[in-house]
Design a protein around this ligand. Structure first.
Ligand code: NAP
Length: 293
């Protein structure tokens, strides 16, 4: 059992840190809004610290799951950041969905202090975090990954090292690129079915047994048909992820025409008030345009 720290008790981090404590690890948490950390301590009986530095002091592994690149820099290398409290030979594991660039930047800063870094974004959403069934895609050294993997398995059903530092973030970009096109296709299909006067549920019951089947179809078609977009992964986060992927594509020369288009569609969703709707709300955008016609 390890002495660990968890920084960032949001939708994902709160249950992830809870699984670590439930597995018997000694967990100290830090959250910017301290009321969430207080609620966590009450629920899981771990410890709470008032700064990332204090939280990281004495920990063997420091886990972070915050919003974006700048948030990550702030809690790791900012004033009273985790780095200031971390000892030689310890590891920082970042579960934030961030750029590959910030992963390389932090790994370089940490290595100068003999601290290891693993970029480890996750997939599986809120339900995956709550059920301890996340997929972790990691970048960094194999020896270090093998050291932290057994601890991460408290909240993951699969954790794989993809390659060197940044490879975990690049794999997560692939994940988001694949999702963007699939969700738009599903939204168009369901919107078409409704406009054609078909029973959408009946159509999906049949076509989900064939080549059109997807995770999005299985898990989202009913709520999309009902116009419910109030759960899962927020549009604001998806736009952050697609921007990271589009930036990386400009560097590596890959064409992402569909991803760029879907990113713009999500900007339409934001314009009709859907910043916190989940990503299947591309359907709401189509219905909005149906009405405008
Ligand atoms: P969230 O609920 O908005 O939580 C974000 C957490 O980061 C909160 O604890 C927040 O603290 C903290 N934070 C943000 N900026 C900070 C800063 N500058 N300094 C200190 N703390 C800061 O987000 P989430 O849904 O847990 O997502 C976290 C990360 O996982 C994101 O990168 C997201 O893209 C990724 N992710 C999310 C999902 C999902 O389904 N939600 C799935 C896969 C990956 P406060 O409580 O004070 O705001």
């Amino acid at each position: 059992m390890a002495k660990v720290t968890f920084i960032g008790l949001g939708v994902m981090g709160y249950p992830m840190a809870g699984h670590l404590q439930n597995q018997g690890h000694q967990v100290t948490v830090y959250n910017r809004t301290s009321s969430k950390a207080e609620a966590w301590v009450k629920q899981f009986e771990g410890k709470q610290a008032s700064t990332p530095e204090q939280a990281a002091t004495g920990a063997e592994i420091v886990f972070v799951c915050v919003g974006n690149d700048d948030d990550l820099r702030q809690v790791v290398v900012g004033e009273q950041g985790a780095l200031a409290g971390m000892a030689t030979g310890t590891v920082l594991v970042d579960h934030t969905t961030a750029s590959a660039e910030v992963a390389r930047e932090l790994a370089e800063t940490l290595v100068n202090k003999n601290i290891d870094f693993i970029d480890a974004p996750v997939s599986g959403g809120q339900a995956g975090a709550e059920n301890g069934a996340l997929t972790v895609m990691a970048g960094g050294s194999e020896t270090v990954f093998n050291k932290v993997k057994p601890v991460m398995m408290a909240y993951a059903r699969c954790a794989e090292l993809i390659g060197d530092t940044g490879a975990g973030q690049l794999a997560k970009m692939v994940n988001q690129i694949c999702i963007a096109g699939v969700v738009q296709g599903l939204a168009e299909g369901l919107n078409f079915a409704k406009r054609a006067g078909l029973d959408g549920e009946k159509v999906v019951e049949v076509i989900s047994k064939g080549a059109a089947q997807s995770w999005q179809m299985e898990n989202r078609y009913q709520t999309m048909l009902k116009g419910e977009y109030d759960f899962g992964f927020a549009v604001d986060w998806m736009r952050k992820d697609l921007r990271i992927a589009l930036d990386e594509a400009r560097k590596n020369g890959s064409a992402l025409p569909l991803t760029a288009m879907v990113d713009q569609y999500y900007s339409d969703v934001q314009n009709i008030g859907g910043n916190r709707w989940d990503t299947s709300s591309l359907m709401a955008r189509l219905e909005h345009f149906n009405r405008a016609q």
